[in-house]
Write a protein that binds this ligand. Structure first.
Ligand code: G3P
Length: 216
């Protein structure tokens, strides 16, 4: 399973990269706005740190505008993946980019037929937003299971990227459901290696050893 970090913050990206298990980065306009930086410049900075896929979202809502932005963003670095909305216009842009060999990440996916359609258009990634589905009292994980089944039924190569991950249980459920990738905020990634019994056990090992042999 691939692990991406969902942020535009360079410090968080560097810290996650230093863990040695980071496979890529996803950004979006809200994350860039939070950093208050130029989108293209930040993408170039991220691509100097991470060699895996870095998702760069377009702001246009029509296919022609999306394609213009996509080509500008794709020129920033070879590992840029163009993030497009899962709309009719996004679908058209996805197909055109797939035909040119440009990888896409189809974002804002909230129902399984969006995932079916973008797979048919040759998307590299599809991003179902599970946390935002949970936010409206529906079941985000159900969407992951449905997309997994559809992709497996027909052998679609589009990678299922679980997005809007809010806590470790989301990550665990996505791993068990066979999501190919999860994109996760840094503070949640840090929680993946935490357990109070690990801390207690480590403390006890050190204390026992020091009691027997003194501190060295
Ligand atoms: O990158 C998009 C997605 O992960 C957003 O997450 O927490 O804003 O719903 P969230």
């Amino acid at each position: 399973m691939d692990l991406y970090i969902d942020t535009a913050n360079l410090d968080e990206i560097k810290q996650a990269h230093d863990l040695g298990v980071l496979d890529g980065v996803t950004t979006n306009p809200s994350l860039i706005a939070k950093e208050g930086v130029d989108y293209a410049q930040r993408l170039a900075e991220i691509c100097e740190i991470v060699s895996g896929p870095v998702s760069a979202e377009v702001l246009a809502t029509d296919a022609k505008g999306m394609l213009t932005e996509a080509r500008e963003r794709a020129a920033i670095a070879p590992n840029i993946v163009i993030k497009l909305p899962s709309t009719i216009e996004g679908l058209k842009a996805c197909k055109a980019l797939a035909d040119e060999g440009v990888r896409t990440n189809m974002t804002l996916c909230f129902q399984p037929l969006q995932a079916l359609m973008v797979a048919k258009a040759g998307a590299f990634l599809v991003s179902p937003f599970i946390g935002r589905i949970d936010d409206v009292a529906q079941d985000g994980m159900e969407l992951i299971h449905q997309i997994r089944q559809i992709y497996d039924n027909f052998g679609y190569q589009t990678k299922l990227l679980a997005a809007s991950i809010r806590h470790p249980k989301h990550m665990l459920d996505c791993a068990l459901a066979g999501a190919d990738v999860a994109t996760v905020p840094f503070k949640v990634i840090a929680q993946f290696m935490q357990h109070p019994l690990t801390d207690v056990g480590l403390k006890r090992f050190i204390e026992d050893y020091q009691k027997a042999f003194g501190s060295q």
